[in-house]
Design a protein. Structure first.
Length: 262
């Protein structure tokens, strides 16, 4: 069952004029990076690969194209299912749709993060946002704008390193959340947490404490999200639909923002 908030969102314009689409009055923001040969994956993972199966004119005289692709389930704009770091928790096909759509709360720490690649969202940052915009509502999708999406797909600027394998992991440098902020967000009852970097934990993390804390509570994550600068701090809505991979620890994600037109 879709939450009341999203239900109202989708019904408002239709009630006003049944000829209008449900998203009338909203600008649609594409928040996913395209999947291609330069898509950024974790240094230990193989990247996205696309192989042409057939492209051209068939014996019947009409054009036809068909491809094959392969990829790890964590790379590019993607869903982290709770199962990724929490045994027995929800897999990609088990995450409730209610956690994948809802009002967006965007916390902008880009000034701090662009000055410090090890920056982590603090409890004070959350307090500052709430002092200005009100308490973070239960069921919202909390999105952290670090400003790092501007570097995509430059691996060195985006991840802090061009190295692959264990050497690449050892040299990761990018911002993320802190455990303290994760505790606060879980207490607020957020539906999901998203970020415009490769990980909700900062690059130098060795214990992935934010992943573990949130995913143990079945709060999924969205990573490598694009265009967070196009969303206001509050008032927009997000729909984030991953590939429905049975028992998947993650999945490619097509995420959009609906921003009210002024």
């Amino acid at each position: 069952m879709i939450s009341l908030t999203v239900g109202l969102l989708l019904s408002t314009s239709a009630e006003a004029d049944p000829k209008l689409p449900p998203w009338a009055g909203f600008s649609v923001v594409d928040m996913s990076h395209s999947f291609a040969a330069d898509t950024i994956y974790w240094p230990t993972e193989e990247g996205f690969k696309l192989r042409v199966g057939f492209e051209g004119i068939t014996e019947g005289g009409y054009y036809y194209a068909s491809n094959y692709y392969s990829a790890a389930d964590h790379g590019g704009t993607h869903l982290d299912a709770p199962k990724h770091f929490a045994e027995g928790k929800q897999a990609a096909d088990e995450v409730p749709l209610e956690r994948l759509m809802g009002p967006a709360c965007v916390v902008d720490v880009s000034e701090q993060a662009l000055a410090d690649p090890d920056y982590r969202l603090s409890e004070a940052d959350v307090d500052a946002w709430e002092n200005q915009h009100g308490r973070i509502p239960s069921g919202c999708i909390l999105l952290l704008n670090t400003g790092y999406a501007r570097y995509w797909p430059d691996r060195e600027k985006y991840m802090g390193t061009n190295l692959l394998g264990a050497d690449g992991v050892a040299n990761l440098r990018f911002p993320g959340l802190s455990r303290e902020s994760a505790v606060v967000l879980a207490a607020r009852g957020v539906g999901a947490v998203g970020i415009d970097t490769p990980s909700i934990d900062y690059g130098r993390s060795h214990d992935f404490v934010v992943h573990r804390y949130l995913y143990e509570r079945n709060i999924p994550g969205f990573e490598n999200v694009a265009n967070l600068h196009s969303l206001p701090p509050k008032g927009a809505y997000v729909i984030a639909l991953p590939m429905k991979i049975a028992d998947g620890s993650g999945a490619p994600l097509r995420i959009i923002g609906l921003v009210p037109q002024s």
